[in-house]
Design a protein around this ligand. Structure first.
Ligand SMILES: *Cc1c(COP(=O)(O)O)cnc(C)c1O
Length: 381
């Protein structure tokens, strides 16, 4: 792994998750976080967590179906259902657990899952766990999806699964067209809004809300750990879907429920997302500034219209050299390598935050320029 540039090591963050980080003892500008709205260190979330601890204590003591279903779990699920405009919602301990459990519950032998080629590892593992026949269609390619749907005509049920905003490329799935194909071929649609929630839609509810598709997408999942600044995950959909998961979903049933403080943080975060649209506006402004600046320097950034900008380097070892050169100059942009992304597409994944200042973006662009000249003569367009 070391020889191939694929060896991974943990970095140590001292202090909180802000637009800058104290990383391995040095202050760096943070372009490697999913804390898009700056909520992970927001005082309102901290205050909500503290008062939940005072009132309800620390641990939940058991799984949801034993004695771990507390007032705040129910409050959060009601709030999530309103936020997502669905009949019901169910909290999960993480997005990873939600995806593996959902897919394994909703599809089984005799069923077909149609999965985008760039879907997240947790979706891939969920497909494997389900024992359904999984067809991987070309990334965001409607012809490829339609071919796969035709081939799955004889299956007992068909389930299309896609991210709305792809985690490592930042591009958006053609969800309106996917939903139409699903209706044409009698398939269910499941979306992963890990990177859509909090960022898109008039009230920040995500891409499904932005497109007005809540009634046509059967299963909406997302995480509470990214733009919402806390931890945990949710599934939103019909009451029947949630009841099925409560009865059958092993990653929901067989695990201690999240502590009350975590539920309180999520309640406070949704409140802020809905009442402070200026956070989304600031995020959009910062994304545009960074994107235009990087394009101006000659970097190719793909199709992203989200806070996730992929700067494709190609070779894994070279990507890590570039990331290290940036870090040395105070800019943290994590290199992403296989198996997280396909071989030959190693990249810097550069993410914006609502809380970056103009000065921080300006300083970062100067560093990108310097590093480009020194390390990447071939990427100049
Ligand atoms: C981060 C992520 C997950 C996992 O969510 P966690 O709550 O962090 O476990 C699932 N899907 C996608 C697309 C993600 O980016």
């Amino acid at each position: 792994m070391r020889a191939a540039g694929l060896y991974r090591q943990l970095r140590s963050v001292q202090g909180d998750q802000g637009p800058t980080l104290r990383l391995d003892g040095r202050e760096v500008i943070n372009f490697s976080s999913n804390n898009y709205l700056g909520l992970a260190n927001h005082p309102a979330l901290a205050a909500a967590a503290k008062s939940a601890i005072d009132r309800y204590g620390c641990g939940s003591g058991a799984s949801r179906l034993i004695s771990g279903n507390m007032t705040l779990h129910e409050e959060l699920e009601a709030k999530l259902a309103r936020f997502k405009n669905t009949e019901a919602a169910l909290v999960f301990n993480s997005g990873f657990q939600a995806n593996i459990g959902l897919l394994a519950t909703l599809a089984g032998e005799g069923d077909a899952i149609l999965s985008d080629a760039l879907n997240h590892a947790s979706i891939i593992d969920g497909c494997r766990l389900s024992k359904a026949k999984t067809s991987v269609y070309a990334h965001c390619d409607l012809d490829s999806l339609e071919t796969a749907l035709r081939q799955a005509a004889a299956a007992r049920r068909r389930l299309i699964v896609t991210e709305t905003i792809f985690s490592m490329d930042g591009d958006e799935a053609p969800l309106g067209e996917i939903v139409e194909l699903a209706e044409k071929y009698d398939a269910m649609v499941m979306v992963d809004e890990a990177h859509g929630t909090g960022v898109f839609g008039a009230n920040g509810a995500g891409v499904v809300a932005k497109l007005g598709l809540a009634s046509r997408v059967a299963i909406q999942m997302g995480t509470l750990g990214k733009a919402l600044g806390g931890f945990g995950a949710y599934v939103a959909g019909s009451r029947g879907l949630c009841d099925l998961l409560i009865n059958r979903c092993r990653s929901f049933i067989f695990t201690t429920s999240l502590p009350p403080a975590v539920m309180a943080m999520a309640l406070a975060a949704i409140e802020l997302v809905q009442s402070e649209p200026q956070r989304r506006a600031a995020l959009q402004r910062n994304c545009q500034r960074l994107k235009q600046g990087l394009r101006g320097l000659g970097f190719e950034l793909g199709e992203s219209e989200s806070p996730i900008l992929p700067l494709i380097v190609g070779d894994a070892a070279r990507c890590m050299v570039l990331s290290a050169a940036l870090l040395e100059r105070g800019v943290f942009a994590q290199g992403i390598r296989p198996p997280t992304v396909p071989v030959g597409t190693s990249r810097l994944r550069i993410t914006s935050m609502a809380t970056h200042s103009n000065d921080q973006i300006h300083r970062a662009l100067n560093v990108f320029e310097e590093v480009k000249r020194q390390w990447l003569p071939t990427t100049t367009s």
